[in-house]
Design a protein around this ligand. Structure first.
Ligand code: ZN
Length: 73
C-alpha cells in the first residue's frame, strides 16, 4: 500500500548510491541522468556527528520515472 502523498520520501544519503549522491543517477530508479535531470529534493543524512544534506535528482518528466511520483495520488 502506498500512501497518497504528493511526494515520496527521499532516501537518506546513506542509502543513495555514489552516482545518485553525485547527481549522475536518478534517485528513484537509478537511471543515468545523461539527458538532463530534475531536482527531486534534498536528501538528508549524517556523517559522524554532522547532519548533511545533498540535492537528489530524478529523471526528466518525459523520459523517466517522474510519472511514478505524479501518479501517486
Ligand atoms: Zn528515474
Amino acid at each position: 500500500m502506498t500512501p497518497a502523498t504528493a511526494a515520496r520520501p527521499l532516501p537518506t544519503t546513506h542509502e543513495m548510491t555514489g552516482a545518485q549522491y553525485a547527481g549522475r543517477a536518478c534517485v528513484w530508479c537509478e537511471a543515468p541522468l545523461t539527458q538532463g535531470r530534475v531536482l527531486a529534493g534534498q536528501a538528508s543524512g549524517q556523517i559522524g556527528a554532522h547532519v548533511v544534506g545533498t540535492p537528489a535528482y530524478q529523471c526528466l518528466p518525459d523520459s523517466g520515472c517522474q510519472f511514478l511520483i505524479e501518479g501517486d495520488r
